[in-house]
Design a protein around this ligand. Structure first.
Ligand SMILES: [Zn+2]
Length: 470
């Protein structure tokens, strides 16, 4: 985009302008674009930390006139480079519960050798902006920061405090980000409602805006180990009892098993809305799932994506067994990862696994405990507020609640009692999704639209009587 601005200035000059005019005719770089450029150039992978990005944003908020008391840097004491920034735009009604906009500044690593453009810089090409974090989620960070600065410049007084938290450690599931803020600085971020643009499904496909899913819930995961043991022996004298065969038999039973379908409010509402716009042979079953039809959910479950939406799943992901090529195995161990629907508990799932294995000799232990997190209700007030904003920019676009395969920091704010909604502002290409991948990029036009969407969401959710303010 900058190159375009410079080109325009150059042409004005050639066409008879004076050098003084050329400067005036440079279109100013949009604020969100400038912030994104700055953030992309700062490597915020786990090793480097987020302090540099926090400082860049802090300077911008102070320059925009925010009270220094409302721009708080919160470093993680054990690793101060992993810092958070919390900014507050004061509302007119101190009794109203605040709105929290939650974003993260850290990114996953990117090897320059794997990329065709430099990962830690902004590169603009043919209407796209490239750089690590453009989608996940520095593009969103920039849109949130720009929205708050724009509102400040407009002397906007929200009815409730609007807080923005730019955090560390989301990608590493670490302790320095939202976990730390919730545990040690709850007063800074406590809110009646959380909007998190790290989640949600703003879908763009085959050149058109397709639908907008706001995320109300995520599947959580728990990892188990299933182990068998045997006295072993020499491989020259095999016996029917065998640690590998016993474990294999149990795993084969798991492979053939499907947890019963269960339809959450979010999943039903999502299928009802998507079924209404579906044109293929799945349409009738999608609409039926929207009505709570479990048989239709089973029919759709041949598709792994649908299967994951309508039931808890458990799958074997790793195996270790045996000690030598000529010894009967004394142990065999499988890793089983389960993805739980909101409301299912690890104890229930573990008990069900034992039933499926049908062999008390298979020991089941927990490797990674679950991070249980409830569904935030897809209430009519939340739904209509989001729909109003989205459709003010994209008239008629279907807007529906959405459950994610996981996992954003919303699981943590939901578990802390704050209803949280994923409201991505960037309409990603469903067929070419590059978050965490090489040559991550965001479409420049859709980035600009996302900026306006973010601004309007902040306004709508900070109007008098907005959801979660009482
Ligand atoms: Zn993210």
């Amino acid at each position: 985009m900058i190159r375009k601005h410079i080109a325009a200035a150059c042409c004005a000059l050639v066409l008879g302008g004076t050098p003084a005019l050329a400067h005036e005719q440079l279109a100013p770089e949009p604020l969100a674009h400038a912030i994104l450029r700055e953030l992309l150039a700062i490597d915020t992978t786990l090793d480097k930390g987020t302090a540099g990005a926090v400082e860049a944003l802090r300077v911008r908020f102070l320059a925009a006139g925010f009270d220094p008391a409302d721009v708080t840097v919160v470093p993680y004491p054990a690793a101060p480079a992993r810092a958070n920034l919390v900014v507050r735009l004061r509302g007119t009604n101190p009794a109203a519960r605040p709105l929290l906009y939650l974003t993260h500044l850290d990114v996953v690593p990117a090897k320059a050798a794997d990329w065709t453009r430099p990962p830690f810089a902004m590169t603009e090409e043919a209407g796209w902006i490239y750089g690590r974090g453009t989608i996940d989620m520095k593009g969103e960070d920039a849109n949130v920061a720009a929205a708050l600065i724009r509102l400040k410049g407009e002397h906007y007084r929200p009815a409730r405090d609007v807080i923005a938290a730019f955090t560390a450690d989301e990608e590493s599931q670490g302790a320095a980000g939202i976990t730390f803020l919730l545990a040690q600085h709850r007063d800074l971020i406590d809110a009646g409602l959380v909007l998190n643009p790290d989640a949600g499904r703003a879908a763009f496909r085959k050149g058109r805006y397709e639908s907008y899913g706001f995320e109300t819930s995520e599947k959580t995961y728990v990892t188990f180990a299933a182990e068998t043991a045997n006295r072993g022996g020499h491989s020259s004298e095999p016996r029917p009892d065998n640690a590998i065969y016993d474990l294999s038999a149990a795993l084969n039973r798991l492979a053939a098993y499907r947890f019963p379908a269960r339809l959450t409010d979010t999943v039903k509402a999502s299928y009802a809305a998507l079924g209404a716009i579906e044109t293929g042979p799945r349409k009738a079953d999608m609409i039926a799932v929207g009505r709570g039809d479990l048989a239709a959910a089973d029919r759709l479950s041949d598709d792994p994506n649908d299967n994951a939406a309508v039931r808890t799943t458990c799958v074997a992901t790793q195996l270790q067994a045996g000690g030598a090529e000529n010894a009967l195995p004394q142990t065999a161990r499988a890793t089983i990862q389960c993805r739980l629907l909101p409301g299912d508990t690890p104890d229930q799932i573990r008990a069900q696994l034992a039933t499926v294995f049908a062999n008390p000799g298979v020991q089941i232990t927990t490797v990674t405990p679950d991070r249980a997190s409830p569904e935030s209700p897809p209430s009519p007030a939340v739904w209509s507020t989001i729909r109003g904003v989205v459709q003010s920019l994209l008239p008629g676009l279907p807007v529906m609640p959405d459950m994610d395969a996981g996992g954003s920091d919303s699981t943590r704010t939901r578990a802390a009692g704050m209803p949280s909604y994923g409201v991505a502002s960037l309409f990603d290409d469903i067929d070419d999704y590059r978050a965490h991948g090489r040559d991550e990029r965001v479409n420049a036009e859709r980035f600009a639209l996302g900026g306006e969407l973010t601004y309007r969401l902040v306004r709508a959710f900070s109007a008098p009587g907005a959801p979660g303010s009482q």
